[in-house]
Write a protein that binds this ligand. Structure first.
Ligand code: ADP
Length: 351
């Protein structure tokens, strides 16, 4: 549906490209998420797809047609912004049909699409309200409805939920995703929020500094992170990455590695257990500095054998773990991730 081929963006000739050779194929009907820290280039890519930002290099193909030099209108897509961009002096209905009017769509068609869209986003009773009379979530639904009536097969969304409070954000995630499925449209969704990416994306592309780090399903990114950047981006708390396995071995920690002994070992906090599950689980003596109970989980912060790195583990259950003393933690061997000295995955056993 949308192909990016070695897409590049240079804003300032004196500076490096901010988007470096991004190549990906976005499939029809896919919910495709672009995620990464602030400044990694997500919005720039989205704006190049939309036609709001000139493309410096590479190709943008939509439905088989090269779109680099075509104006936004010719690209068969619609965009939803973070700030909704509603007209304050127009009612909900007027906001939704504004684009259809401008394109001189027949009024019977307009009315039909309007009532369908209002029903879809659950705002039928709000058709004659003004944006100021709506909650943040309702405004965002109006913006969605406006995109839907346009009939576009592709909707681009730039952090559409970031102005909403946490509870609403969560319910809107499911609403948007359900709507996308129902309509069968292709969505390209930008967010900096790992949870949003993981819960909404059919596939997720993670960017850092204008470079694609990995593209995959949420489970692939979690279970087989291509490098330490991806490994640390997804999952809370972050994956523990222990450097130089030899150092650990010298201190009596029984980590064995099938790889270069200088390799780094990654352990997700949630991999730890208080009791062994398998005969060959890795046992580590862990100095518990603090233990914090957060609802159904207990978070442990501490160190191993006097090494400086603070590690975090997450044990499920509400437990009274003693602090300021050693406890034994068990890590299944298949939960270990290995990275080379550049941070690239050597292997993740246990998928
Ligand atoms: P993200 O959406 O991931 O936060 P952006 O695409 O907004 O990232 O920005 C990527 C990089 O491009 C950043 O370094 C940013 O400072 C730079 N940038 C964005 N827009 C412009 C612009 N109009 N002119 C110059 N540099 C820009």
């Amino acid at each position: 549906m949308i192909e990016l081929k070695q897409l590049q963006k240079v804003y300032d000739q004196q500076q490096d490209a901010v988007i470096k050779d991004v190549t990906v194929n976005i499939l029809p009907g896919e919910f495709f998420v672009m995620v990464g820290p602030s400044g990694s280039g997500k919005s720039t890519i989205l704006r190049m797809i939309a036609g709001l930002e000139p493309i410096t290099g590479g190709d943008l193909i939509i439905a088989g047609e090269r779109m680099n030099d075509l104006p936004p209108k010719a690209r068969h897509l619609s965009m939803v912004f973070q700030n909704y961009a509603l007209y304050p002096n127009m009612t909900v209905s007027e906001n939704i049909t504004f684009g259809l009017k401008a394109r001189k769509v027949a009024s019977a068609t307009q009315l039909q699409r309007l009532s369908d869209a209002l029903a879809l986003v659950g705002l039928t009773d709000y058709a004659y309200r003004y944006p100021r009379e709506l909650s943040g979530g309702q405004r965002q639904r109006v913006a969605l409805a406006r995109s839907i009536v346009s009939g576009a097969e592709i909707i681009l969304m730039d952090e559409p939920l970031s102005n909403l409070d946490a509870q609403l954000r969560e319910s809107m995630r499911y609403e948007i995703k359900a709507l996308q499925r129902k309509l069968g449209i292709t969505v390209v969704y930008v967010t900096h929020d790992q949870t949003e990416a993981m819960t909404m994306g059919d596939r997720v592309m993670i960017l850092n500094d204008g470079v694609v780090q990995q593209i995959g399903t949420p489970m692939q990114l979690y279970e087989l992170p291509a490098n330490t950047f991806v490994a640390k981006f997804f999952g809370t708390p972050q994956m523990n990455v222990l450097t130089a396995v030899t150092d650990w071995q010298n201190q009596g920690v029984a980590i064995d590695t099938p790889f270069d002994p200088d390799a780094m070992v990654g352990i997700r906090p949630e991999a730890a257990r208080l009791n062994p599950e398998n005969a060959d689980d890795m046992a580590i003596e862990f100095w518990v500095a603090t233990a914090t109970q957060i609802g159904s989980e207990t978070l442990l912060f501490g160190t191993i054998n006097g090494r400086e790195e603070t590690l975090q583990f997450k044990i499920s259950g509400h437990l009274d773990v003693p602090t300021e003393q050693f406890i034994t933690l068990y890590i299944p061997r298949n939960a270990l991730h290995y990275f080379d000295l550049n941070g690239n995955m050597l292997a993740a056993v246990g998928v």
